[in-house]
Design a protein around this ligand. Structure first.
Ligand code: CTP
Ligand code: ZN
Length: 150
């Protein structure tokens, strides 16, 4: 089968199976250091998704918090840890049941927006994404969630 080959990496993190079109947003959310070496593939053929985006970050292992942020906009993504050219760990990202400190509440009057209280949401639906603020009960859907990522 003919396929576009994206270079393998020696060491780092590969975020694979990102829904096509979300790759650049994922990259923005990761907020990686300016001198990072990053390979981005957009609209690559995928058996599972039809088309997908891929991000490869050389020399960086993503933290749990970063993985959680990705899950909110790219729930199909897999995170592969690469060492000595081999996949040494593969995790499916999953939207957690509770989200703490990643998203800002959309309600300007919410206590989390004027006091030192960490935003906290209960996930009431994963697909389509729907969150409910623990403090003011404001519900937020996917579009608002993406706009309010911290
Ligand atoms: N990869 C890489 N560099 C390596 C090894 C793997 O960039 N040295 C990338 C692959 O290109 C792929 C991802 O890491 O995008 C996962 O690799 P692998 O598990 O070998 O691929 P698949 O079996 O196709 O993964 P999956 O089962 O998750 O679809
Ligand atoms: Zn709130």
């Amino acid at each position: 089968m003919k396929e576009l080959k994206v270079s393998a990496i020696n060491k780092g993190t590969v975020i694979d199976h990102i829904p096509s079109g979300k790759g650049l947003k994922v990259l923005e959310i990761l907020n990686l250091p300016k001198d990072s070496t990053i390979l981005v593939a957009i609209n690559v053929k995928s058996r599972k998704l039809g088309k997908k985006d891929i991000i490869k970050v050389e020399g960086k292992i993503l933290s749990e918090d970063e993985v959680n942020k990705i899950a909110l906009i790219a729930p199909t993504a897999t995170v592969n840890i690469i060492d000595k050219w081999e996949v040494v760990d593969k995790k499916k990202v999953e939207v957690p049941d509770e989200i703490v400190g990643i998203i800002k509440c959309a309600n300007p009057n919410c206590i989390t927006n004027y006091e030192e209280v960490k935003p906290k949401f209960k996930v009431i639906s994963k697909k389509p994404l729907k969150l409910k603020c623990h403090y003011c009960e404001r519900t937020m859907e996917e579009g608002m969630v993406v706009k309010n990522l911290l």
